[in-house]
Design a protein around this ligand. Structure first.
Ligand code: ACO
Length: 433
């Protein structure tokens, strides 16, 4: 951020003219600073979904929605789509700001391995939960409960305690997630295997059964890494803004991330890839053609939408969707299988991208359009899709929480409102109502 910027914006209201500072980001984005508008002039701005409001200065993730650009700490997202993607490297990059060297990576990985087990008290709680408990409810509740079992990491302001809390979250979220699936299937829990890497270990806890080890194929492990990486941060989305809001009250890292999981659970946020798969399955089972589906999505009298299309920020192809589409092709070819849902999705995309309705409105595939198909290919059940998203997003939430926490100028987030209710009126005793 330029600290020497002299550009000003001018706001005129009635006979008053107010000069406002302008912040300019690294890539030239401009943001008018209205932070003193209320204190100095008694005015607020109205922006209910905060669509035109920057809530922070951040160095973590850059998005240009018009151009379809996403970068983590400056590195284009496409560069993480490597033969051997490594989620742990990306987690380190987001949280600490740099790619780890070999010894840093080894130390970070060791910390994660050391923390992969759940406290027995927490583990026993799974037995008390109804088998059909939504995995997102379990994840949110149990991340919050980590505060009960790891109380000594709650004090804020100590970097070593922060790393201890962060690595516990990243490591145990994976164990909690796998156990929530096992509980729903009535299967015994598989302990994590310290000899396995982060993603392989997760797949092992999900799919091994006693005396029958799940063989983690390289293709599936790489795809899992890639899915986690592509979800690892996305600047100030709903769940990340939740982390910052809760964290601004100086709530601990466990509580802040548990709140973010709840936000992510919503179908307008993390739950959209479930809707995409349901839509593709319905197209298949009802014998509906992709052409009819496109027509239905365009029909304003029909509430149907083309799920996985359109994005609040991207008005271009979501770069994550392109990577996931290619990854889905790669995984199916490596596994020598084919999912008819992928063919339907490709056809829908082809039709939409040639249709003026979608072209004029800049509606392109978003991250959710292909992620569900890829997760299905990996054997991940639909009720775990959003949980996978949450595991991937944890490093981003943690990085954003830390960045905010280290900003000494940060105050508690406390928006204002435009009150439109009754004018002053008298209380009426109950016998007179
Ligand atoms: N299918 C058909 N029409 C659409 C779609 C769609 N998927 N998305 C937007 N439109 C239309 C709207 O009806 C509107 O048309 P109009 O101008 O004639 O009224 C126009 O495109 C603009 O739509 P908005 O809702 O204003 O776009 P916005 O940017 O606010 O919303 C959103 C983005 C919510 C993602 C929307 O595109 C949508 O509902 N998509 C389907 C759900 C989905 O895939 N969500 C996942 C998003 S990614 C994520 O959260 C991780």
């Amino acid at each position: 951020m330029s600290e020497t910027n002299t550009e000003k914006a001018t706001l005129t209201i009635g006979d008053k003219t107010i000069e406002l500072p302008v912040h300019i980001g690294t890539e030239g984005d401009k943001s008018i600073d209205i932070s003193k508008l209320f204190d100095e002039h008694g005015l607020t701005v109205f922006d209910p979904s905060l669509g035109s409001t920057s809530i922070c200065k951040s160095t973590i993730t850059y998005i240009d929605g018009e151009k379809g650009i996403l970068r983590y700490r400056g590195i284009p997202i496409e560069q993480f789509d490597r033969p051997k993607p490594n989620f742990i490297e990306v987690a380190h990059l987001l949280i600490f700001g740099t790619l780890p060297n070999r010894s840093e990576l080894s130390e970070f990985s060791t910390r994660l391995t050391d923390n992969e087990l759940l406290h027995e008290g927490l583990r026993r709680q799974f037995n008390e939960l109804p088998p059909k408990s939504p995995p997102m409810a379990i994840l949110s509740a149990m991340l919050s409960q980590l505060a009960c079992y790891h109380e000594k990491f709650l004090p804020l302001g100590d970097d070593e305690l922060f790393i201890e809390a962060a690595t516990r979250l990243i490591s145990k979220a994976r164990t909690i997630a796998a156990y929530s699936y096992r509980r729903s299937k009535g299967l015994p829990f598989m302990f994590p295997d310290p000899a396995m890497r982060y993603c392989g270990n997760f797949l092992h806890m999900m799919f091994s059964i006693p005396f029958q080890q799940y063989i983690v194929s390289e293709e599936i492990e790489d795809a899992m890494n890639l899915v986690f990486i592509l979800h690892a941060d996305h600047e100030q989305n709903c769940s990340t803004a939740t982390v910052r809001t809760v964290g601004s009250a100086k709530a601990n890292l466990f509580a802040s991330c548990a709140a973010a999981v709840s936000a992510l659970w919503g179908p307008l946020h993390g739950g959209a890839n479930v809707e995409v798969v349901k839509m593709l399955e319905t197209i298949q089972s009802d014998g509906m053609t992709p052409e009819l589906c496109i027509e239905a999505a365009k029909d304003k009298s029909n509430p149907f939408k083309l799920f996985g299309f359109g994005h609040r920020v991207y008005k271009n192809y979501d770069p994550r969707a392109r990577i996931l589409r290619n990854a889905a092709d790669r995984v199916f070819s490596q596994l020598k299988t084919r999912d008819p849902l992928l063919d339907t999705a490709r056809k829908l995309e082809e039709l939409a991208l040639q249709d003026s309705y979608f072209v004029d409105r800049k509606l392109y595939p978003n991250v959710d359009f292909y992620s569900g198909i890829l997760l299905r290919a990996m054997g991940i059940p639909t009720n775990m899709f959003t949980v996978i998203f949450a595991i991937g997003r944890l490093p981003g939430w943690i990085a954003q929480w830390k960045e905010q926490h280290d900003n000494m100028a940060q105050k508690i987030i406390r928006p204002r409102q435009v009150y439109c209710g009754n004018k002053i009126m008298d209380y009426v005793p109950i016998e007179e109502r």
